[in-house]
Design a protein around this ligand. Sequence first.
Ligand code: CP
Ligand code: NVA
Length: 315
Amino acid sequence: MISRTLMKGKSLVTLKDFTREEIKDLLELSKQIKKNVKAGIDFQPMLGKSMAMIFQKRSTRTRVSTETGIAMMGGHAIFLGSDDIQLGKNESLKDTSIVLSRFNHILLARFYAHADIVELANEATVPVINALSDKYHPLQILADFQTIEEQFGKLQGLTLAWVGDGNNVLHSIMVAGPKVGLNLRIATPAGYKPDSDVVEYAKEQAVENNTSLLLTTDPNEAVTGAHIIVTDTWVSMGQDSEAKKRIIDFEGYQITMNMLATADPDWKFMHCLPRKPNEVDDEVFYSDRSVVWDEAENRMYTVMATTLSLLGIDL
Ligand code: CP
Ligand code: NVA
């Protein structure tokens, strides 16, 4: 395991910026934190430290897991919704980044445009965590990896199938999956492919890490032999005006037991939530193969681990 101080001062804007060793280290720390929390062990490594959390979009899991996790570690997390601060009305992102860095040890933000989280990280003088942008959702994927490891005892060599939109969650799986040894089988409708720069990066990573990467428009092809089947909403935050068209365009993409007949016999289902029945029916979503609640719970331990690592604080 590498020393936690090696990530000190880094920002988590995308998992592209993190090596296989760093991702493994974050997961190891998250596992230790989960053990401590489950055992009722009191640990306060963030005593006297604060995080500012800017949310321009809604959130249940990210907000609550972060606020709770930071409080559990003795720190203070401050929720700043769109109407709470001057940002976007009376003050620029640059000035907001500088000012918040003077009060807080670390910042976390959920913006629409990915360029905004990049700017925040560039202008802030403290570490920044991306709590979802239109392009990436790195915290989610750390929790997903922890959940997969809990279920299968490993990540290396497993096959993950994605059936759905070429969105922020998929992008994060694509940039980080090959690094931890996951083979990826991705089905998206023709007009909803992942971004080409992400595809190029994922292809390079797959070659480098000796994993496979399949891109198709056929959900049945994608799920064949898969250990983990993942989907997400067809209508991400900010896309509400496209909802009608998307629901038509995603016809045939709803995950059902029938679709999963050719998956690995030990398959598990994952979804970052919030979930709509469009993308997965109740039979799969509420089945004993679905690990969505563990996945949601692991959001807390992974954000705690990420925060400590970027601050260079040990448990
Ligand atoms: N999965 C996730 O990020 O959920 P929230 O939008 O509720 O934070
Ligand atoms: N793709 C979804 C994820 C929500 C956690 C969105 O961006 O709305």
